[in-house]
Ligand binder design. Sequence first.
Ligand code: SF4
Length: 356
Amino acid sequence: MSNALPILPSDASPSFYGMRRERLAEKLAVYGVPAYRADQIFSWVYQKHTRDAGEMMNLPAPLRRDLTSICDLALPAAAKVMRSADGDTHKFVLTLADGARVESVSMRSPKRMTFCVSSQVGCALKCSFCATGLMGLTRNLRAEEIVAQVVAMGDYLNWEDDRFNIVFMGMGEPLANLAAVSEAIHILHDDHGIGLGARRITVSTSGLVPQIHELAKLGLQVGLAVSLHATTDELRDQLVPVNKRWPIAELLDAAREYGHSVGRRTTLEYTLLGGVNDSMADADRLASFARALPSKVNIIPYNPVPGLPWKRPSPEAIEAFAQRLYPHAPAVTVRDTKGGEMWAACGQLGGLSPDA
Ligand code: SF4
């Protein structure tokens, strides 16, 4: 290296997890370090899971010594990790540099591991059945805070699952923070790093129609999930207030266009609330929505949140709803509500955990 590397306190260094490999190479180039060193560092961090620059043995000693003054390899600390009784689900409460907390969830099924990540601290959209919505929005997450959730969960679980999916279904509306979400996706995609293919990433939205079009334009090819939850505008206006701005027909049009542009089916997420949206007429309308676009339907029996009035339907009502849909909708799954007993399931993230 021709130039000395900068000796800065490590809290002044930008986070490694928010840097594309090209950006890291640019920073290293300032000190005469060739670009292939950035490839090696990505491999150490994302493929060999090394968090200590001193252990990156194929780097020259000065770079090993001073890397943390160029980029910070620290991960957010886990303030709490809760494990489900069967051990398949973990809910992580992570403390960010400014003290804000986000929640992330890992869910293992026989087929795959799924990491559910947050995109915001809180959420502004106030869906009426959602614990996160009760918090209001504190701030958007930065790309590094999104990527770091994945790395922190993988580290905790010792990277036992080398194949995993990522769903942006934690705290927050991902499309309200599209710049950071798309940047994080670019970093997660990098073949020298995690190498996560677009088919293994799903972004969920409560219905921000202009941002669905923007996501299509970005060409990231990720899956889209739409949190539908109602089959009439009258009910959806109450459950998902953003519906007043972009009603169901507009939302489904945007989802159809998105699906065609990326060649993937949109997932219609439907939280089943006892006595509210679980009638046979709802099932029939939902089936007709599902048939009108390349889609699959995911029914999520509601997980009760204290302080909110909604109820989970009876097992019979869940079964009847699903049976009514099956012959008429292209693909239907009833989500196994993993983590419900520790409030790690959909709509339950956000500071309302039993002992939070
Ligand atoms: S369901 Fe999603 S969009 Fe709605 S309030 Fe909760 S976190 Fe926000």
